[in-house]
Design a protein around this ligand. Structure first.
Ligand SMILES: NC(=O)c1ccc[n+]([C@@H]2O[C@H](COP(=O)([O-])OP(=O)(O)OC[C@H]3O[C@@H](n4cnc5c(N)ncnc54)[C@H](OP(=O)(O)O)[C@@H]3O)[C@@H](O)[C@H]2O)c1
Length: 228
């Protein structure tokens, strides 16, 4: 595939590596090449099959709008824009493009969502829950998109609209650590996912772009990763 990657930061640079290993042609645009979405002008996207975004919360929505309006498929790893998810879904449907997003593209975290979903039954049996997330000091949004997704999964599965407070820590070089602690007067359950590197995110995002080829529609990776 011909891929345009937005962002050559910590995760974007690994996406470039993984995409090249999987025999794709990758063009990369960082902040300088994409001022006012310049890298997403229609003439720049003519030969591109899909755009992958690992940039920053301040610019991701503008990137999404420019890409979708040009009719191109898109995979978005950048977090911090989910209050606009309904707006983006409508835009994707209106322009009949393909779109996959995830707060976390690693297969392990998506399995962890299922573990958390199963454990949600505890909240109907006198357990209270808390979520803790730890990331490197450079992470721009808090709480993490993954922590919010875990909270949503457990709340939906236990039919509760509140509880499960998220506590965020920003320290050192932590790639991404998420813990769910469920506590009753009798015992305590710990669930933990600890990312060892960013490689899992990059592989998931590239495989999502491959899966999306020739497809239209708006997809959350946690609903489609089993089909990869
Ligand atoms: N979904 C997932 O699996 C997953 C996994 C990891 C991270 N993330 C999310 O992905 C995003 C990036 O994370 P990261 O750790 O890679 O951050 P990072 O190291 O700070 O990299 C972000 C990159 O985006 C570039 N950038 C900023 N504005 C841009 C624009 N308008 N157009 C193109 N590039 C632009 C920056 O370029 P300059 O250096 O030139 O300023 C920087 O290199 C964050 O939102 C993070 O939460 C998601």
């Amino acid at each position: 595939m011909n891929l345009l990657l937005l962002g050559r930061g910590k995760t974007g640079s690994l996406v470039e590596e993984v995409a090249a290993e999987r025999q794709h042609h990758v063009r990369v645009a960082g902040a300088k090449e994409n001022v006012s979405c310049a890298a997403l002008a229609p003439e720049k996207l003519r030969d591109i099959d899909a755009v992958i975004d690992f940039t920053a919360p301040h610019c991701v929505l503008a990137n999404i709008e420019a890409c979708v309006k040009t009719g191109k498929n898109m995979v978005v790893g950048t977090t911090g824009w989910y209050k606009d998810v309904d707006h983006v879904r409508k835009l994707v449907e209106q322009h009949k493009t393909g779109f996959v997003y995830a707060a976390n593209f690693s297969i392990g975290v998506n399995l962890f969502f299922d573990v958390a979903r199963a454990a949600a039954a505890a909240l109907r049996h006198d357990y209270s829950g808390q979520i803790f997330e730890r990331h490197h000091v450079g992470k721009k949004d808090a709480p993490s998109g993954t922590a919010i997704a875990i909270q949503q999964v457990i709340r939906q599965a236990s039919a509760q609209s509140e509880g499960l407070e998220i506590t965020s820590f920003r320290e050192g070089e932590v790639v991404g650590l998420h813990e769910v602690v469920l506590e009753s007067s009798a015992d305590r359950i710990y669930l933990c996912h600890d990312a060892k590197s960013r490689r899992g995110f990059a592989e998931g995002a590239v495989r999502a772009a491959e899966w999306l080829a020739e497809k239209k529609g708006f997809y959350d990776f946690k609903d489609v990763w089993r089909e990869l």
